[in-house]
Design a binder for this molecule. Sequence first.
Ligand SMILES: *[C@@H]1O[C@H](CO)[C@@H](O)[C@H](O)[C@H]1NC(C)=O
Ligand SMILES: *[C@@H]1O[C@H](CO)[C@@H](O)[C@H](O)[C@H]1NC(C)=O
Ligand SMILES: *[C@@H]1O[C@H](CO)[C@@H](O)[C@H](O)[C@H]1NC(C)=O
Ligand SMILES: *[C@@H]1O[C@H](CO)[C@@H](O)[C@H](O)[C@H]1NC(C)=O
Length: 583
Amino acid sequence: MKSPLWILCTLLLCGLLLCNVTAADSSTKPNFVFMMVDDLGIGDLGCYGNTTIRTPNIDRLALEGVKLTQHIAAAPLCTPSRAAFLTGRYPIRSGMAAKGRMGVFLFTASSGGLPQEEITFAKAVKGQGYSTAVIGKWHLGLNCEESTDHCHHPNSHGFDYFYGTIMTHLRDCQPGHGSVLHHVHVHIPYKALGIGLVSLVLLHIRGTITVTRKVVFVFLVLVGVFVSLFGVLLYTFPNLNCFVMRGAEIVEQPYTSENLTQRMTSEAIEYLERNSQSPFLLFFSFIQVHTGLFASPLFRGKSQHGLYGDAVMEIDWSVGQIMQTLERLNLKQNTLVYMTSDQGPHLEEISIHGEMHGGYSSIYKAGKSTNWEGGIRIPGILHWPGVLPAGKVIDEPTSNMDIFPTVLNLAGASIPSDRVIDGHDLFPLLQGQVQRSEHEFMFHYCNAELNAVRWHPPNSSAIWKAFFFTPDFYPQNSSACFHTHICFCIKPFITFHDPPLLYDLSRDPSESTPLSPDTEPQFYSVLKVIRAAVSRHTQSLKPVPIQLSPLQILWKPWLQPCCSSLSQLCRCERDHQIDKLRH
Ligand SMILES: *[C@@H]1O[C@H](CO)[C@@H](O)[C@H](O)[C@H]1NC(C)=O
Ligand SMILES: *[C@@H]1O[C@H](CO)[C@@H](O)[C@H](O)[C@H]1NC(C)=O
Ligand SMILES: *[C@@H]1O[C@H](CO)[C@@H](O)[C@H](O)[C@H]1NC(C)=O
Ligand SMILES: *[C@@H]1O[C@H](CO)[C@@H](O)[C@H](O)[C@H]1NC(C)=O
């Protein structure tokens, strides 16, 4: 029966099929290791031009893999950027974009979080036989209605294994480093006192009440109770918010940040060792280099840039440990490694001792919390020897939302068709099958407000960026943002622009000189195309519950996780893991 022609056809068919499989060198599914650093600036890494901090391990990743130079975070703040990263969708679509001033969760006992209906890449690949883990920072919520329902916990979002923190790291998590609450809300007790006094006087004038000694006494007691509650909140903040969980259990409350990256690295290495036989997806989400900064004794004082530089060096060490483990377990040829940051550096961070604790955004303007390039242009390195070219640099616009479809395609999972996915599969671009990014437009949100739009027309090298409003950040006196501790991109810290402020990033990557109809003949035609894109984009949005509304962000005592009785102030140390440091 078997004619030579038939065999030839079979061979041809096999060949064609094999060529279509991206991981042509292996029949097994690839593993994924994603490493995200918190608040790392694009200018902090050697491979992105830093000459004074040594990051040899990350630089090697770039040398052996693909480096993206226009890799854009979907949002300039942790919570929304991470929601977008995990789901491949703009945060506005999942409700993870704030309708208020605070754009991130500040308490573990908030009720908002990544909704159950969202599909993370972990959930998607689990159906394809993957083991999945997140080690490190989560910052996407915990509970909905009770202190143990864990509706937003990583385990409810497709991650089998979790070791890390629900919240972000903060200076409050480290004794002696001050408090963000103090910094941001120091005025609250005074405001309360002021408002109370003014109301009292007004009520007195209108004759509603007569201010007797008794009224003054009651008033003072009320203010006293309020200020004490505020004080208690400040005092217990670390216990209530800075804890480490293993799975569903709290194992360290509050945590000691010293050596935390070392412990997380050991956890990640053990995870890789345990799962080396099955396809796995590991999301290693560093607690560093968010403030309050820390570095373990091995790295303290090792850099030229104070504690910040030391922390970056420790991250680099950790990346090296992960890569060595992949090598030792013979997994390097079958693992896609991705290294990035969640947004730009927090430029306004100064420690209580006056040391600069924010990173460096290189030639890009401003940093975290703004949609100036410094707030959203992040490192993006992809590494897979034999499959991705070595030493390739791609300047096209890409997004941290692109990881979602890329992973699903590689793992053989189908892309959800019942919702808009904003990311695009990176592989054709990474492997050089196409030269242009599929991101013709990108929408840059400040919380739930559309702040700016980027347009990369298919027929030109221009990268237009139009701002409808801009945060009041001035490079010459960046102190403008220092008194608010961060450069807010909301009223009253912004300036509106009509017509929008237009830049061409291909000629002016630092956003130094806005274009005008006089300097740019295409000024109005570019804005017209951008406005049309905005209207198409806006029509694609469906109303969803806002997860970051003031009510959802609020501290709700009944949602407070606590590993001990209240009298012990939620303290415990249940993890008797010996630090297995590997150097
Ligand atoms: C390297 O990074 C540090 C820390 O962010 C920064 O202060 C310094 O200016 C950077 N150096 C160079 C040459 O880019
Ligand atoms: C951190 O690890 C070092 C050893 O590298 C040890 O001396 C130190 O006590 C550890 N710190 C804490 C807080 O456990
Ligand atoms: C590029 O295409 C746009 C429409 O997509 C058109 O308006 C514009 O004139 C074109 N520009 C060039 C340089 O061809
Ligand atoms: C910073 O500089 C700008 C323009 O140079 C000025 O309008 C603004 O008031 C300054 N802000 C502060 C806080 O000095």
